[in-house]
Design a protein around this ligand. Structure first.
Ligand code: CUA
Length: 356
C-alpha cells in the first residue's frame, strides 16, 4: 500500500516536472504578450521571489536546528528553551506583518490599476459565455454589419495589435432557450488576467496584444460536461489586416455558385438550424431573415478556423462528424442530434464552408 502511494506520488511529480519543460506552451501566463498581462506577471514575479527567499530562509533554519540540536549519545540535557522570550516573539510577529504589508503595496496598486476604465483609443467587445463556447460581439458604432447589428463571432476573437480591448464579460442570459445558465471564466493567459462570466452581471477586463499572433484561451470555471472543451483563441492582426477582416465581417453571408452549397442553404433555412443560428443575408422560404438566438452566429463561419468551443478544426471531415451527432462529439452540447441524412450533411458542409 505504502509502496503504491509512493509510486503514484512519483508519477504525479514526474508528470508535473515534464509539463513544466514544455517550450511551446500556448497558454503561458509567464510569457506575457501584452502590457496588461505583463503588469500581472511583474507582480507575480516579485512576490514569487520574496516568497521563495522566505521559504529557503525558514526551511534552512529548520534543517539547521534539526541537525544541530538532534539527540546525540551522551547528551542528557535539553538545550536552553526560548519559550517566553518576549523580544523574539514580538520580532517574529512584526516581521511577517511588515513583509505582508510590503507585498500588499504593489498588489493593491496593480489591482486598482487594472480595474480602472481605460481611456483613449479603445475597442469594445462583449464576451458571452455559453455552454460550451464563447461569443464575441463588437459593440463599437463602426463595427456594425449591413443589417445594423454588431459584428458577432464565436470561438475566435480577432483584434488589432497594439490596441486596448475593453471586454464586457457576461454569461448566457436565462431567456436563451438552450443550455444552462452557469458561471464561466474567460482567460487568455498571454494577454490578460482572468474574469468570471456570471449570469445577470457584467464584469470587465482589458487586454492588448503587442504583436500579431494567435493566443489561446480556456474557460477557467468548471461549468459542466464539456468545460474542458470550452476553448477559444484571440487572433491579433496588423491594423491593415484587421480592417480587411472587419469589412469582410460586415458583409452579409456569401452566396456560393456551387449547387451543393445552394442545396445546403435550403436545408439550413428550411430546417431546425434557424431556431438557434443567425446567418445574415439568408432568408427562409417564407422570406424571413434567419436570425435564431442561443447558438453561434454562422454568417462568416468559414472565416474561423475552429468551431464548437474551438475543439474542432473547420474542415469537411470534422464538420461532417459534428453534424452527424453533436453531443457524441462534445458531451453536453446544446445542439441535439437531428439525425440528418448523409445527403443533408454533405449539403450543409458545402454550404457552411462557403461562408467565409
Ligand atoms: Cu465554461 Cu468552464
Amino acid at each position: 500500500m505504502r509502496r503504491k502511494l509512493w509510486l503514484v506520488m512519483g508519477v504525479v511529480a514526474l508528470a508535473a516536472l515534464s509539463v513544466s519543460c514544455v517550450s511551446n506552451a500556448s497558454q503561458d501566463a509567464l510569457k506575457p504578450q501584452g502590457p496588461y498581462a505583463q503588469e500581472i506577471n511583474n507582480l507575480f514575479t516579485s512576490v514569487f521571489w520574496i516568497a521563495a527567499a522566505i521559504f529557503f530562509l525558514v526551511e534552512g533554519v529548520l534543517v539547521l536546528f534539526v541537525v544541530k540540536y538532534r539527540h546525540r549519545m551522551g547528551r542528557t540535557e535539553i538545550p536552553p528553551q526560548i519559550h517566553g522570550n518576549t523580544r523574539l516573539e514580538i520580532a517574529w510577529t512584526i516581521l511577517p506583518a511588515l513583509i505582508l504589508a510590503g507585498v500588499a503595496v504593489p498588489t493593491v496598486a496593480t489591482i486598482w490599476d487594472l480595474a480602472g476604465k481605460p481611456t483613449g483609443d479603445v475597442m469594445h467587445v462583449t464576451v458571452i459565455g455559453h455552454q460550451f463556447w464563447w461569443e464575441y460581439r463588437y459593440t463599437d458604432p463602426d463595427m456594425k454589419t449591413a443589417s445594423g447589428n454588431p459584428i458577432t463571432t464565436a470561438n475566435v476573437m480577432v483584434i488589432p495589435e497594439n490596441k486596448t480591448v475593453y471586454l464586457s464579460i457576461e454569461a448566457e442570459p436565462k431567456d436563451i432557450p438552450v443550455g444552462e445558465t452557469v458561471i464561466h471564466s474567460f482567460w487568455i493567459p498571454e494577454l490578460a488576467g482572468t474574469q468570471d462570466a456570471v449570469p445577470g452581471r457584467t464584469n470587465h477586463i482589458y487586454m492588448q496584444a503587442d504583436h500579431p499572433g494567435t493566443y489561446w484561451g480556456q474557460c477557467k470555471e468548471l461549468c459542466g460536461l464539456s468545460h474542458a472543451n470550452m476553448r477559444t483563441k484571440v487572433v491579433a492582426e496588423t491594423a491593415t489586416d484587421f480592417a480587411t477582416w472587419v469589412a469582410a465581417q460586415q458583409a452579409p453571408a456569401a452566396r456560393s455558385g456551387d449547387l451543393l452549397a445552394q442545396r445546403g442553404a435550403e436545408v439550413f433555412a428550411g430546417g431546425q438550424c434557424i431556431l438557434c443560428h443567425t446567418i445574415d443575408g439568408l432568408q427562409t422560404a417564407a422570406g424571413n431573415p434567419v436570425a435564431g438566438i442561443g447558438g453561434p452566429n454562422l454568417t462568416h463561419f468559414a472565416s474561423r478556423d475552429c468551431f464548437a468551443g474551438c475543439t474542432f478544426r473547420t474542415n469537411p471531415d470534422e464538420l461532417r462528424k459534428w453534424l452527424a451527432d453533436p453531443p457524441a462529439r462534445k458531451p453536453g452540447a446544446a445542439m441535439p442530434n437531428y439525425h440528418l441524412s448523409e445527403d443533408q450533411i454533405n449539403a450543409l458542409v458545402a454550404y457552411l464552408l462557403s461562408l467565409n
